[in-house]
Design a protein around this ligand. Structure first.
Ligand SMILES: Nc1ncnc2c1ncn2[C@@H]1O[C@H](COP(=O)(O)OP(=O)(O)OP(=O)(O)O)[C@@H](O)[C@H]1O
Ligand SMILES: [Mg+2]
Length: 385
């Protein structure tokens, strides 16, 4: 079972570079999620692992062996494409069983074409029919096995494509946004199914998504990408607690981490206020600082007792909790108008009375603060803060 190593891997389509100096090591048996916004190069990277797209420069290895020139078939992969294709003339059952039937047929006849009679005979073999039934049950497709793809909804087709990829026993599973067409409830169920499968088979999974909830809940490690470059590699917890830069801080978490400008009077939080009101807070030197704090780490006060005075500009009641959008009151005047720029957010208990337009203040603990350099966007080394 291979580990996958990228050494300075780059990819260009003609003169457009879409992957830049990708360096990473995916260990055997890991569940790695490639996370990033649309167009950042996730599918391209997955297709390079599969051998469907060649590498412009750099080296890719499976278990230390260079695989740049390996054919797709040599790589022993299961691949669920972002745009999945089912065989329209076959039933759901036949679609799922297809990779097993092909493998069995090749074993016996060494001929790549399976006619429909041979296929049906093979599908009735206990090994294939049991495995097909088991994966169909896991993905809740039992009732649909005799239908054809045209008789299925988009989400059902996606589950058939997933079942077809998972039915085999490959060395590496590559999944490209396999849950994108499912509704919220099914998506939650399927997340658990896929991570359950990963535990069961113990193989290497590389899973592409732009959904940070999927990344946080499924990954053993996340590779956050933007514009074809790695922004951070870490466990979900590391990515969430210690984002390497402001891109990661804003991309992971909903609402995103608040980044509050510090230092100059006009634009944000005064150093003196922080120094007096936040016990134990070590303030780094420099004027171009951003104070990062997660919405759930802010405490909301309906009076002026906290160090950050603010005005509420949005209230979103989610039932279990309430999201409060606020703008910091800069300089002496408290702005009463709803400013157009994106607000900061705090998460407050559902029973907290909050109204748009009210003045409030916010406080937080020194331990929950992450500092960034506004110029470089990088996180400041905690040892230096
Ligand atoms: N065959 C191609 N020729 C030229 N450019 C391409 C080709 N395939 C992809 N690209 C470009 O490479 C970039 C990365 O594409 P890719 O499909 O890897 O993004 P992605 O991260 O998977 O996005 P999404 O989340 O929307 O699926 C995009 O700017 C895309 O337009
Ligand atoms: Mg894609």
């Amino acid at each position: 079972m291979p580990s996958i190593t990228f050494e300075n891997v780059s990819k260009s389509f003609r003169d457009t570079q879409v992957i830049t100096s990708f360096d990473a090591q995916i260990e055997d048996g890991e569940f790695v999620v490639l996370l990033g916004p649309s167009g950042c190069g996730k599918s391209t990277l997955l297709r390079m692992i599969a051998g469907l797209t060649d590498i412009t420069s750099g080296t890719m290895r499976f278990d230390g062996e260079v695989v740049n020139e390996w054919e797709v078939a040599e790589r022993r992969l299961a691949f669920v494409f972002q745009s999945y294709a089912l065989y329209p003339h076959m039933t759901v059952r036949a679609n799922i069983a297809f990779p097993l039937v092909m493998a069995a047929f090749k074993r016996w006849y060494h001929v790549p074409v399976v006619n429909s009679i041979a296929r049906r005979t093979l599908m009735r073999s206990p090994e294939i029919s049991e495995r097909t039934a088991r994966i169909a049950t896991a993905l809740e497709l039992d009732q649909l096995l005799d239908r054809r793809p045209v008789q299925l909804s988009g989400g059902q087709r996606q589950r058939v494509a997933l079942a077809r990829a998972l039915v085999r026993d490959p060395a590496i599973y590559l999944l490209d946004e396999p849950l994108s067409n499912l509704d919220a409830k099914l998506r939650t169920q399927m997340r658990a199914q896929i991570t359950g499968l990963h535990r069961e088979v113990g193989r290497t999974f590389v899973y592409v998504t732009h959904d940070q909830v999927e990344a946080m809940t499924m990954a053993t490690r996340i590779i956050v990408m933007d514009h074809g470059a790695i922004q951070q590699i870490g466990t979900p917890d590391e990515i969430y607690r210690s984002p390497a830069n402001t891109f990661v801080a804003r991309f992971v978490g909903a609402p995103p981490m608040n980044l509050l400008p510090i230092g100059d009077e006009a634009s944000g939080v005064r150093r003196a206020d922080l120094a007096t009101h936040v016990p134990g807070l070590a303030l780094p030197d420099g004027d171009d600082l951003l104070l990062g704090i997660r919405p759930e780490k802010l405490r909301f006060h309906d009076d002026a007792s906290g160090p950050l005075s603010a005005t509420v500009v949005a209230v979103e009641r989610l039932g279990s909790e309430t999201l409060v959008g606020f703008h910091l009151d800069t300089a002496e005047d408290r702005p009463r108008t709803l400013a157009p720029e994106t607000p900061h957010y705090a998460k407050v208990p559902a029973d907290q009375p909050v109204t748009v337009g009210e003045s409030c203040s916010l406080s937080f603990a020194a331990a929950d603060v992450v500092w960034f350099d506004r110029e470089t966007t990088r996180r400041l080394d905690p040892a230096l803060v």
